[in-house]
Design a protein around this ligand. Sequence first.
Ligand code: ADP
Ligand code: MG
Length: 728
Amino acid sequence: MSKLRFDVVQDAFRKKAVDIEVPETRPSEYFGELVFNREKMHKYLDVKTYNALVDCIDNGKPLSTAVADKVAAGIKEWAIGHGVTHCTHWFQPLTEGTAEKHDSFMEYDWKGGMIEEFDGKSLVQQEPDASSFPSGGIRATFEARGYTAWDPTSPVFIQDDTLCIPTVFISYTGESLDYKTPLKKALNAVSNAAVPICQLFDPKVRKVFSYLGWEQEYFLVDEDLYAARPDLMLTGRTLMGHESSKNQQLDDHYFGAIPSRVAAFMRDLEIQGHRLGIPLKTRHNEVAPNQFELAPIFGETNLSNDQNQLIMNLMHTVAKKHGFVVLLHEKPFQGINGSGKHNNWSLGTDTGTLLLAPGKDARGNLQFVTFFVNVLAAVQRYNGLLKASIATATNAHRLGANEAPPAIVSAFLGKTMTDVLHKLLVVPSDTPIEIAGKKGQSVGLVEIPEIFIDNTDRNRTSPFAFTGNRFEFRAVGSSANCANAMTVLNTIVADQLVQFKADVDKAMADGKSKNVAIMDTLKPIIASIIDVVCFDGNGYSDEWNKEAARRGLNTEKSVPEMFKEFTKPETVAMFERMGVYTEKELEARNEVKWEMYTKKVQIEARVTGRMAINHIIPAAIAYQTKLLENIEKLKNIFPDKFQKLAAVDIALVEEISERIAEIRSKVDAMIEARKVANKIECEYEKAKAYHEIAESLFDIRKPIDKLEEVVDNDMWPLPKYRELLFIS
Ligand code: ADP
Ligand code: MG
């Protein structure tokens, strides 16, 4: 085994960048070529069908069966031209990743041959036998019907020989069984709530879009090294491994030159992403060694999230071609940074105004401040829920583990906006909010400088940071489906906006002018948030933990416990008011989350135990035997001096014995704890028990990592951190 490790390391080190197929045309020409976008709709559909489909996409108008048939015919013609033979509904069940079930286009032509068939019905609806997808008990296995239904707002695309149709996934009784359905409901809710407020400023507004720009962090590990680590293969992270002498101390990886094998991978990924219409824009090295980031230009949230799901799949397949494995786990390596997925989020109108960016004039600024303050109010009120929206077994290793994000959701405003809010509290409500730079108007005005975007400082410790024209929700995990966080964020903002509008209407009915009514409603909200959710300090400090608790922010660190936020009566009422989740759905989803949590920890626990017993202890004993042989020989050759000469070996033998005994007894205790936990019926209680087991895995790892420090390097069976992290 150890010989294998060295061969693997040598081979991995010598690997060269893989040649990639670069299209002859430029990116703007092949961008979106595998997507049935508006340009293709134009080309492959007649005018009437095109208009009906656009009306369906833009205005939610239903599509008749006849039109669906025509759309399907157009899609089929386009797809066959690209060598497509199969189609699948592409959906996002409550497992990780996406699900597909491929059906070929082939049908009998009843003349003894076959033809390619694809009709409207196959486009619009499918019924996968979905009993194996998690449903939290909504769908008993004996009654397994679940339906997938086309989401026309996310375009159909081609992967290899398969036409992929983005769909929602719902149960026979109508409950959502996926991530997309509630997200779409939340996006409707926020639009419905925001439009009446926008209309106070611009009556032409008809729709408000939620925007998402994700920044996907990931690690790359050579596939041969990966294959020699059972923990990486089965859990996506290293469950043991001593820190490398050099890791990220020198900050020499961040934004550094991209290694050639990695650069080839990134380029390949970008080409394929662009062909699939994903507007990939940014790529760079991240802070930790072998850690990288990828980000697109932001887009409408539902589509942008689909594209994130797609790119995560694509990353795995492209990496394989380049001899890498992509790690999307939030914490693959102890002692260096983990990976997140910043969700840059904002709202914008169909008239082209970004609602979280300063306006062009006093009116625009008042609109901006209105949305800005209401977002913060929502985040404050539901800070525990927002945290629960990003809580998973894997993200738990970042939450509260002294790295981004802390297990407390607060918001970073930056000095400019903090000053603006303070000033708004003291000036009369009819004070125009002007943009600085217009000389002579500054006295008595609340100023928002034009250079705003660059003016917001960076605070990497804040989980929810204002960055000039958007908020950056940084707590989302790298492996997560953004929909969970985006559903919660958009819904709580919607709920807050509805409340706000009602209060403004009341103030106006009492005779206040529009602007005064708005400002008078905003002021008490500002006063209530400014010293609670708003926090510009160091989010990692112990003092902040205490201070946050004093402020009434949620400081819960246990993931199974966090999920309870979803079923609190006021949360259920809020989701039901906004038409996003029913109580039954929320309860079912929590069952799924607890079960997932338990299973993840259970797998990690099993792998830890087996690696400890099958890999680590035998290696330690082999080395110990070598030491004992040496002691024996010393004794034979130097009978008088042997105590002195063998002192180091003897101490090592003792240390190894102690560590082995410690590992063995801790593994045994962990197995016993699992036996007890496995008998628990209630998913919540079981997850709580597994939370304790998760904590105990750190204790098992400690003596293992100590052994790695003393055991002969030649005899250590697992690729070490310095190999996993510095070969690319
Ligand atoms: P950072 O400096 O935070 O690393 P990046 O440039 O890597 O920033 O990523 C920022 C992301 O935010 C990109 O996806 C970008 O398109 C997105 N973004 C920019 N403006 C907005 C906005 N108004 N709403 C949503 N996302 C935005
Ligand atoms: Mg960012």
